[in-house]
Structures are given as C-alpha cells and as structure tokens.
Write a protein that binds this ligand. Sequence first.
Ligand code: DAT
Ligand code: MG
Length: 151
Amino acid sequence: MRLERTYVMVKPDGVQRGLVSNVIARFERRGLKVVGLKMLQIPRELAQEHYGEHKGKPFFEALVGYIISSPVVAMVLEGKNAVAVARDMMGATDPQKAAPGTIRGEFGLDIGRNVVHGSDSTTSAEREINLFFGQDELVEYRMETEAWIYE
Ligand code: DAT
Ligand code: MG
C-alpha cells in the first residue's frame, strides 16, 4: 500500500539562511519518507501557476517575486497523513502566530518570509507534485525502518 504524498519546499529564505538540512531532518526524523528531492530556481510562469489560487490578492506579486528570487529545495514526502502532518510541523502561515517548535515558529518572523511551503490538501498535493516533479523523478522504495514507524 502506498501512503499519502505531499509536496514540500524550502523557500528561498530557508535556502539562503542555511536551513535546508534542518528542515529535511525534521521530516525524516518524524518518519516521513523522501521520495523526490531537488533544487531549482522556479521560473516565473511556474510560480504564478503554483500560487494560482492567490492571483488577484494584494500580496500575489510580492509572493511570486519572492519565490523566484533565489533557488528553492523541492521535495515529495510520503507517509501516513503526510499532508496534515507536514502542515502541522510547519506551523501557521504567519510565523508570528506559529507555535513554538514548528518550523515557522522557530525560524520565521514575517509572513512574507515563512521559510517553507507545504500542500494544504491531498488534491493540492497531487497538483503541486505534478507541477514540480516528473514521474521519472519520483522513486518508490521500501525503507527498512518502516516496521518500526508503522504498526
Ligand atoms: P500557506 O503557505 O500556509 O499554505 P497560503 O497558501 O494562504 O499559506 O499563502 C501562500 C503564501 O502567501 C504564504 O506562505 C505567505 C503568503 N501570504 C499569505 N497570506 C498573506 C498575507 N495576508 N500577506 C502577505 N503574504 C501572505
Ligand atoms: Mg497554501
């Protein structure tokens, strides 16, 4: 049985601040399996498509400008309730409101520099995974630790 997948990315501020390893380590430690991983600088058109739901909002242009300003690290994580688990670990959109211990609650101070992205539903996850990864970039494998992560 293949478990749920989610799309997560370390945003340009996270990469520039050297937080990539810390962010990935948290997800790994939780038990989520990395099944896709790459660095890229997002083309403007892809950024506009990724954030399509926010088109027309006052922060849209700044958001797109920020996400294309420097490379990001994109990943696909797999695990039980991966979408909700990753969102919980990221914390609230506004780092000022993010709980201590979450990624945004530990590393962020400004909503426009909130370090990470994570899909908000399984539908968004599927859409975003397909936007950023080709099927040939995703791997299917068994981790020997699975029996110790799942009952
Ligand atoms: P999330 O990234 O938690 O899924 P979202 O999808 O509502 O949040 O918004 C996407 C990004 O846009 C978010 O990470 C930061 C930015 N953003 C959202 N609401 C904003 C606002 N009111 N002012 C400025 N930036 C905002
Ligand atoms: Mg969102």
